[in-house]
Design a protein around this ligand. Structure first.
Ligand SMILES: Cc1cc2nc3c(=O)[nH]c(=O)nc-3n(C[C@H](O)[C@H](O)[C@H](O)COP(=O)(O)OP(=O)(O)OC[C@H]3O[C@@H](n4cnc5c(N)ncnc54)[C@H](O)[C@@H]3O)c2cc1C
Length: 306
């Protein structure tokens, strides 16, 4: 149940505004679990209000670290997104609109404009359950983290699979390959993002799915990336299914195989909104219906006609 702000503890936290990642990490080390890194605060606030996490004594804001809010393209053409960028700014950015259409779509289906003006892409990813994660997964995104001294780059899929450690790093960047890189050697391509909630808009996700497929002119899969998440599930790619499908022609048999595989492998979590079986079934139905559309669009001589 939600707790009104006036019922939060009388002892309000201190808000600190470091201007560098190094300074932020020094503060984090100093106060440990009695502190938290905060970007827009929209996810954290709901946690405090619902009693899922205690309100710590020190809030270390990332809002004054200018390096976390940039958006640049490197010499390889990859887009580096500053994690502190808010969803509203991402949605307005021309480069993101041109090259990361799925990301813009996923942002537009999160909360309402007022929340999107505060909510950051980094906070969405670091929550480990954000609706942007399936899209970033199928884009093969990497994340960059810093302990205040050194930076490391890690594939998002790998980072999500690693155990949760207490906050000992600041995410300093999200790197996505460009559309050109991802579509290299592709004939016909198809991508999708779908979010299912309990109503059409302003709703938490029950299931989210994303995918990117490329078909050769003979209808065989030249590349395939599929991911699912939603609710409290940690989103993940279906790497084994993707590997088995690569090089195969899209066919009824392959779609049946994908349906069974997504149902079996999606690690859904039950909550007050929906159970595990419903979520698995929904993820499998959505992914396979989108693969069917990809088949219709460019699947060679055997493709079904609409
Ligand atoms: C009304 C409402 C509706 C919502 N609807 C949705 C929805 O539909 N889909 C959805 O996905 N989310 C939803 N959210 C949750 C939230 O708005 C988003 O996930 C948002 O993108 C989180 O970003 P933030 O900047 O507010 O994160 P914060 O709350 O500031 O932080 C979230 C977590 O990330 C950590 N963090 C943030 N930035 C960094 C960084 N650079 N380095 C290290 N750690 C960091 C924080 O310590 C914290 O653990 C909703 C929230 C509200 C209030």
């Amino acid at each position: 149940m939600s707790v009104p702000l006036y019922q939060l503890p009388e002892q309000q936290p201190s808000v600190w505004q470091p201007t560098s990642v190094e300074e932020a990490m020094r503060m984090k080390h100093k106060w440990g679990d009695d502190s938290v890194l905060i970007a827009g605060g929209t996810w954290l606030r709901t946690r405090w209000e619902n009693g899922h996490s205690p309100l710590p004594q020190h809030l270390i804001s990332l809002g004054n670290i200018s390096s976390l809010s940039g958006l640049t393209v490197d010499s390889l053409g990859r887009i580096h997104i500053g994690p502190a960028l808010c969803l509203a700014d991402l949605m307005k950015n021309e480069l993101v609109r041109q090259r990361c259409g799925l990301l813009v779509q996923a942002c537009s289906e999160i909360a309402a404009p007022s929340v999107r003006n505060l909510a950051s892409i980094g906070g969405n990813v670091m929550s480990r359950t954000g609706d942007l994660i399936p899209v970033l997964l199928v884009m093969d995104a990497q994340i960059i983290c810093s302990d205040g001294q050194n930076e490391r780059s890690i594939a998002l899929t790998e980072w999500l699979g690693s155990p949760i450690s207490s906050q000992n790093e600041v995410m300093t960047g999200i790197v996505v390959p460009t559309a050109a890189q991802m579509n290299a050697e592709e004939g016909s391509s198809y991508e999708f993002y779908l979010k299912v909630g309990r109503r059409e808009a302003f709703t938490p996700s029950v299931v989210t799915v994303a995918g990117r497929l490329a078909l050769g002119t003979d209808g065989t899969l030249a590349s395939i990336a599929l991911a699912a998440g939603g609710g409290s599930a940690v989103p993940a790619r279906f790497k084994d299914l993707e590997a088995a499908a690569m090089g195969q022609p899209l066919s009824k048999e392959l779609l049946k195989y994908l349906h069974k595989g997504v149902f079996a492998e999606f690690d859904a979590v039950a909550d007050d909104y929906a159970g595990v079986t419903y979520r698995k079934q929904t993820a499998a139905n959505l992914i396979v219906s989108e693969c069917y559309k990809a088949w219709q669009k460019g699947g060679g001589a055997d493709a079904p006609r609409s």
